[in-house]
Write a protein of this length. Sequence first.
Length: 434
Amino acid sequence: MSHSISRSNSEKLFQKAKTYFPGGVNSPVRAFKSVDGNPLFIKRGDGYKIWDEDGNEFIDFCASWGPLILGHNHPAIYRKVVEALQNGTSFGAPTALENELAELILSRNPFIDKIRFVSSGTEAVMSALRLARGYTGRNKVVKFEGCYHGHTDAMLVKAGSGLVTFGESSSAGVPAAFVNETLVLPLNDEAALRSCFQQHGFDIACAIIEPIPANNGLLLQGGEFLKTLRSVCSEYGALLFFDEVISGFRVSFNGAAAYYGITPDIITYGKIIGGGLPVGAYGAREEIMSCVSPDGPVYQAGTLSGNPVAMAAGIAQLTVCAEEGFYQDQEKRTKAFVENVNTYAKEKGYDFEFVTIGSIFWFNFDGKKNITRADQINPDMSKFKQLHAFLLNNGVYIGPSGYEVGFISSVHNPEILKKAAEVIKQGLDHVMAE
Ligand SMILES: *Cc1c(COP(=O)(O)O)cnc(C)c1O
């Protein structure tokens, strides 16, 4: 049964943090607003476990929102990072480590010839959008409702009302003139896609999509819509931009592009690529990348870009990910975990299913299965909130929002996944009984 855990240290830290940071946090979802609670302050992580400042222990499925595919404090990453640290933290000059991480990525990647390292997913998207515009000489970009691409102005746009594809800004401070250059379409809607391109196709620099939309529920598109998107972009000379910040190195080493066998023109990476340190990247074929400064006219730079300590963490992590069978094993353990819970929910007749791909999962509290668009998500998150509270009280940590996905790491062994599944099943009983 549920028992409340002690949170007094976290609560004190949060009160203090609120005097320093807006909402007490440095990234909004951490504030626990969507689950009506106060955040736990995390002190330490090891393997699949994390401990908060009150000494409570959790099985962690947040994984720092995806980067930690090998879990916390992985020995190979630890060793490589310490080795890099001993040589200094930053030089603002090239290092061999940048070559090493690039080689690890590019030698296996059939989609991109060159890459540029930056320091976050947002920065990667922002830079790659500029590149798409610089390369094509066009201004408009297409994005899809329900995909998240970081907080660059052009991407803080949501669908407007009615049938118009011109969006509205989803944040104060984004000029209308910027928003007018972003066209917003529903996911998995071929008719809307074709009609938008018929109207604006030759002004469109790129269509950006999370090929596996995993920042607003898990809205699996399947291959068909993505293939159509590929062909429509080609027809109009627009670039297809896969934002693989979450799916890259997650569903396969080469992300959703390899998973679905679709060749995009531009790809962004982040999260896993940095092994838990801040790294983002964008890449494309040679012809497109040659537009980036200093080779070409599209300017982009970074004081800490290719930071040696962050490169070291990325190298260590991706070296493990590149091992034979890594992703099959991830998927196998995730499937068993997800099926365990789904079978139970079905037996009990609960309106709940775990949606999954690769080693990602999402709690869908809705009778509707196989949803592919943002407007199909059940906006009533009350059941998620109750489940979230139950899981926290029983040693399972998931992201504090029903729109966020969970992640299985290589350290979540079958035993621990079984244990977590039992807690989730009890949680469902608790939540669904009301
Ligand atoms: C996380 C994410 C981003 C933003 O990355 P940050 O490192 O948080 O700036 C962009 N696109 C996608 C698909 C993401 O999942």
